[in-house]
Design a protein around this ligand. Sequence first.
Ligand code: UT7
Length: 325
Amino acid sequence: MSRFSRITGTGSFLPPRRLTNADLASELAAKGVETSDEWIVERTGIRARHFAEPDVYVSDLALHACRRALEAAGRGAGEIDLIVLATSTPDMVFPSAACILQHKLGVAGCPAFDVQAVCSGFVYALTVADAMIKTGTASKALVVGAEVFSRILDFSDRTTCVLFGDGAGAVVLEASDVPGILATDLHADGKHAGILCVPGHVSGGQVTGSPLLTMDGQAVFKLAVGVLEDAARAVLAKAGKTEADIDWLIPHQANIRIMQSTAKKLKLAPEKLVVTVDQHGNTSAASIPLALDVAVRSGKVKKGDTLMLEGVGGGFTWGAVLLDY
Ligand code: UT7
């Protein structure tokens, strides 16, 4: 009998501090940085984002999301035998945020590690966990995306600081006799590393280079639009499906224009696109599981629906996961 993996529960968490575009614009104006609600909405679709308080870490946001996912799956943390956490903003250089999360969940022993693929992190993490379940290495995994991008934003750079937010999303992924995850497709091209990066590194007792995010927005935009269509087509072909089989497109939530363009290229009705970027901003590795959980809890996504998850971001990395929920 074949062994597959299947999502049995979802959860998410947003830190309580919510800033609308107007709130952020007035904070930035006090620092001499000019922006507006109108510009942000028109160019990105973002209306609000959440920022964590300074003493809150990625593992804290992840913990809340995981507890909700475990509850939805009807599982206790002690039943989990794998933790994969996608993040680019871990609590510390090491140990991994996944290990810290494991301890906060009150468990020990199971493998726990971080996946670093920036905004593609969740589709990378889901692919790794799916493979580990299919090979019998694990049978009940927590797959998490969590970020505190507010920590790495340059609030004097209006071209980037209005785009990102903090949050976490998680799924419980379990071994199953029926799929589940139908196909996955991952890619990277390191020659584009410089267009979206935080170049600083810890060296000789200090941070060498800038510890803040820099991005060539237009270069990222152009690459994203192309590779998202390619990844979607590749994963459909691997699964022997067509665009018509997709019930919901849940792409990385970076910019509504990129998301709508992908939906259009796949000839999907606009209602099939799950959108949370308006309320969350770009939460990097957290954006897809956050959007998935919102869609599940609002009743949009139902058992048996076919979902196309797609990530794209720094690295350059991109990929897609097609699954039956
Ligand atoms: O998560 C990883 C994936 N990341 C992405 O997908 C991001 C992809 N890129 C984008 O979403 C878009 O390129 C941005 C939203 C970042 C920028 O949108 P754009 O339409 O490419 O704008 P632009 O960079 O061409 O800037 C247009 C104008 C410029 O002014 P001038 O030179 O035309 O006078 C900018 O200085 O908008 C100005 N501008 C702003 N104005 C008000 C840039 N940022 C702001 C701002 N508020 N926050």
